[in-house]
Design a protein around this ligand. Structure first.
Ligand SMILES: C[S@@+](CC[C@H](N)C(=O)[O-])C[C@H]1O[C@@H](n2cnc3c(N)ncnc32)[C@H](O)[C@@H]1O
Length: 421
């Protein structure tokens, strides 16, 4: 059986590895890298090594890794850090590619560029806001990434996927993009079919097969990304304040031509919901229950409000309004997105709170958070609960990688799968 050699960047606790492992025994992780900036305790890396062993694992800043130390591989995967674009911040604060963390795109780029034998396939994940950022030049960051992949010889397909639309227990919308080197069978097929974006994005593509969409799909819009990377960065969608991003939920890039459209998920079931992942009350430690003393604060934070607030540092007075959150969270629906601040007892608007079978309110335990991301129970055990929640807020829904990985493995013909240098 032919192995598909994989490198996992920004590995976290190994969401890609778990998903690919479930998809096919052909996937073999040959090298992985995970490093948490400015933290002495490297929890994610420790969990990774604890689950998968230390062989081929690197726990240093990716920026310090020599490309020659990364083994040749067929598939490069990674959910690169999303803090600059994440939903926890507003678009205006996001720094995008110019941001401190956003620069890590250039580490992926450096590795792809530096490899004489480039991986034939790339699978990357990010928050869907990537397609729209930054606020003053919508879509620029994604345009720069696509242009740089095209220049390295890749054709690309992308899709915004909400895990819950395909029966998974969490509403988590992320953009997934898959690059095929133009020398691979998939790359050649997409090059040939480039003008038939509708066909590719509704039937022939990896994502269309793994995550079906309603057909027929709308006609795509088409445009080219012109200029070198600095031009793209300076001029893409510039000078048109409030112009929308041209990148829709599904798209392909062939050469420098983009074809893109919105699509509607088509999944008949089964569906899983928050109630399906809950532990019986007897297995939940007492500290997860919300005491009478804190109930009012939880209620206030979760509630809708319209109030006058004063900015503490500038003294600026402004009107503040936000709608109510479901409190407690509905058990008969998929959960809201887990964010990194999910852990710890302090009341919060965004942490999940459920009413258990005895009518008591409580937060979610680490195992329940793992289940919402479809990790095996106890995957992150061995570190404090708050850190386990943090790592789940950073991770992905493993079921997405499993489905995409199954289709990809079936498409990668037996035999050498590597792209050209
Ligand atoms: C969005 S998370 C990816 C999580 C992963 N997909 C998982 O399943 O757990 C990004 C990861 O990149 C790591 N990271 C951030 N900066 C890094 C750097 N300079 N070098 C290596 N890893 C880094 C973060 O610690 C974080 O674990």
């Amino acid at each position: 059986m032919d192995r598909i050699k994989v490198v996992e960047l920004f590995a976290g606790v190994g969401g890609f590895r778990v998903g690919l492992g479930q998809a096919s025994p052909r996937y073999r992780i040959v090298w992985s890298n995970q490093w948490e900036p400015s933290r002495k305790k490297q929890d994610a890396s420790a969990i990774y090594v604890g689950r998968f062993g230390a062989e081929g694992h690197s726990n240093v800043d990716i920026a310090t890794v020599d490309v020659r130390d990364i083994p040749d591989h067929d598939l490069l995967v990674g959910g690169f850090p999303c803090q600059d674009y994440s939903v926890a911040r507003t678009l205006n604060q996001a720094e995008g590619l110019q941001g401190k963390k956003g620069v890590l795109w250039w580490e992926i780029h450096r590795i792809l560029k530096g490899k004489r034998h480039k991986p034939g396939y790339i699978l990357l994940e990010n928050v869907d806001r990537l397609l729209k950022s930054p606020a003053r030049q919508r879509g620029r960051d994604f345009a720069v990434m696509l242009a740089s992949l095209a220049d390295l010889g890749y054709v690309v397909e992308w899709r915004v996927i909400n895990a819950a639309d395909y029966g998974m227990p969490q509403r988590r919308r992320r953009v997934f993009f898959m690059g095929f080197h133009k020398t691979t069978p998939m790359g050649r097929a997409l090059l040939q079919d480039g003008a038939q974006a509708g066909q590719w994005l509704s039937a022939k593509g990896i994502f269309a097969e793994a995550f079906p969409v309603r057909r027929p799909v709308p006609a795509p819009s088409a445009f080219t990304i012109d200029g070198d990377l600095a031009d793209v960065s300076a001029h893409f969608n510039a000078g048109r304040t409030a112009a929308a991003s041209p990148f829709r939920q599904a798209g392909i890039l062939v050469g420098r031509t983009v074809r893109t459209m919105d699509v509607i998920p088509d999944h008949e079931g089964p569906f899983t919901v928050l109630g399906d992942v809950l532990l019986p009350a007897a297995e939940v430690p007492p500290e997860y229950y919300i005491g009478q003393r804190h109930l009012k604060q939880w209620g206030y934070l979760k509630g809708g409000k319209k109030e006058v607030r004063t900015n503490k540092s500038t003294g600026h007075v402004y009107n503040y309004a936000e709608g109510a959150m479901a409190f407690p969270d509905a058990l008969d629906k998929p959960s809201r997105t887990i964010i990194t601040a999910e852990g710890g007892p302090a009341p919060s608007r965004f942490k999940h709170v459920i009413r258990d079978e005895k009518g008591r309110l409580r937060r979610l335990t680490p195992v329940e958070l793992e289940r919402l991301n479809m990790f095996p129970d106890g995957h992150t055990r061995g570190i404090p609960d708050g850190r386990r929640a943090f790592l789940m807020g950073n991770a992905l829904v493993v079921g997405i990688i499993k489905k995409a990985g199954e289709v990809l493995a079936a498409r990668i013909a037996e035999g050498p799968v590597r792209g050209a240098g």
